[in-house]
Design a protein around this ligand. Structure first.
Ligand code: SAH
Ligand code: SF4
Length: 327
């Protein structure tokens, strides 16, 4: 599909054919398995000031927390006990944790025979190298938007080319690499979304996270309009059709925008769910966007809830680590 055709499909109000085709491609390339990735949001400190995010340094209204490495290791073990074979360790860009300590923690966690995804933002190549050698398997770093001007406006002091450089380093170092975008950013156009999808393909990403932009009241983008769920689903469906075998999560943000959002995403291309296994006492402070779902369910409840959702959709829980499907 070329750019013009993607834009045309994206603008179309008729979605049933597109969604059915995406579901077919998902079946063919990914099968019926939905893989689980347990996310541990271990620190909400952030040195960055992304205009869209509730964790931005400039938001003084959020209470900040950091989990200790012992706490993180304990919760990783809990994931194994719950039958979750991959954990995602996510945080703001928090330089408090030294990379060497991080490596020691990864060593400990790998003893549980679990896959580790890191999502801790932009770091020097040397840090990425050390973390990979310590045993990290995957890395998530969304490029957010491929519109360079919009990117520079939304992430003050940063360039799109620097984000891309990080993604290239991660690939070169042998990580399974995930990236992605927010849909509904102010100033984003159908053309730039088409460019995003084409970039997903040319980067040969192992995982692609697509979620709605949800305006946070304590950020400069407060009061912006919520995007429609169908718009996000169209981007998921087009991404499935165009990238074929990338892992695509039904994100928590999609579930926050629409109570049935994750189920709808599973039906038009998604094949991953990320139950939240952050300890209860920290969850409400990891407020990247407002009204996030699953704040009052513990890890085991979240695990059971997603299992029910997957089975009700006629799918099965993925067995094993759910590594990349790329050859
Ligand atoms: N600090 C790391 C990881 C945490 S942020 C990083 O920035 O990469 C994880 C993701 O949350 C971001 O990539 C962004 O796509 C998403 N996000 C941030 N603010 C959001 C908002 N208001 N609505 C929806 N998603 C948001
Ligand atoms: Fe920090 Fe990530 Fe939020 Fe940007 S998106 S402010 S880097 S947590």
């Amino acid at each position: 599909m070329n750019k013009e055709r993607i834009v045309e499909q994206f603008r179309s109000v008729e979605t049933s054919d597109l969604f059915a085709r995406a579901d077919q491609v998902r079946k063919q390339y990914c099968g019926e398995a939905v893989h689980l990735r347990g996310i541990i949001e271990f620190s909400n400190y952030c040195g960055q000031n992304c205009l869209y995010c509730g964790l931005r340094q400039g938001n003084e209204k959020v209470a900040r927390y950091r989990m200790t490495f012992d706490e993180i290791v304990l919760n990783a073990r809990r994931a194994v006990e719950l039958g979750i074979p991959t954990i995602v360790l996510q945080s703001g860009e928090d330089l408090f944790y030294h990379v060497d300590d991080f490596c020691r923690m990864i060593h400990e966690i790998k003893k549980f025979n679990i896959a580790i995804t890191l999502s801790i933002g932009e770091r020097p190549k040397e840090d990425y190298r050390k973390l990979k050698e310590a045993g990290a398997d995957r890395y998530l770093l969304r490029f957010e938007t491929s519109d360079e001007k919009l990117y520079a406006r939304l992430r003050p002091g940063h360039l799109f080319s620097e984000r891309l450089q990080c993604l290239h380093w991660l690939k070169e170092l042998g990580y399974q690499v995930g990236s992605g975008i927010m849909v509904g950013l102010p100033g984003q156009t159908p053309e730039s979304i088409a460019d995003d999808i084409l970039l997903f393909r040319s980067l040969e990403l192992d995982m692609i996270g697509i979620g709605p932009f949800l305006p946070h009241p304590n950020t400069p983008l407060a009061g912006d309009k919520d995007v429609k769920i169908e718009t996000v689903l169209k981007v998921i469906a087009l991404t499935r059709i165009i990238t074929c075998d990338a892992h695509i999560p039904a994100t928590t943000a999609v579930g926050t925008l629409d109570a049935q959002g994750r189920q709808k995403a599973l039906a038009c291309g998604a094949n991953i769910i990320m139950p939240n296994i952050t300890p209860m006492q920290y969850r409400k402070f990891y407020e990247i966007y407002p009204d996030k779902i699953c704040l009052s369910e513990d890890a085991s409840t979240c695990r059971k809830c997603v299992e029910k959702m997957i089975l009700a959709a006629g799918r099965k829980i993925g067995i094993g680590f759910g590594h990349t499907l790329k050859k």
